[in-house]
Design a protein. Structure first.
Length: 115
């Protein structure tokens, strides 16, 4: 299990970006006060479908919809071999409460950029 480390993109100039190779289950800290973007690079030979699952809540009330089950996390669309994808984490923040498990991306490379 790897811990994904963010790279601050604040300030001026170039910086080295931390790259993490995912295992079967990895973790990171979601910080709602930062703009965080996770970039996936599928360096494997097959398509992968990463899943974000925080253990901090099982359902959330959405205005106009009602209770939505978030207990099994959110799975991204299939990322084909050789593709790069990015997701702004604030768009899935309800799935990132508590301790986060990132699964389904074994051997992919990820970068966590923070603004």
């Amino acid at each position: 299990m790897a811990t994904i480390t963010g790279t601050s993109m604040l300030g001026q100039g170039a910086r080295e970006i931390t790259v993490t190779t995912l295992g079967a289950s990895d973790t990171f800290t979601y910080d709602e006060g930062k703009n965080q973007i996770m970039v996936f690079n599928n360096v494997t030979a097959g398509a992968l479908t990463p899943n974000f699952d925080g253990d901090g809540q099982t359902s959330v009330n959405i205005k106009g919809i009602g209770a939505v089950d978030v207990s099994s996390g959110v799975t991204l669309s299939s990322i084909a071999a050789g593709e790069y994808w990015a997701i702004p984490l604030n768009t899935i923040k309800e799935y990132l409460k508590g301790t986060i498990a990132l699964t389904g991306g074994d051997a992919m490379e990820v970068q966590l950029l923070e603004y």
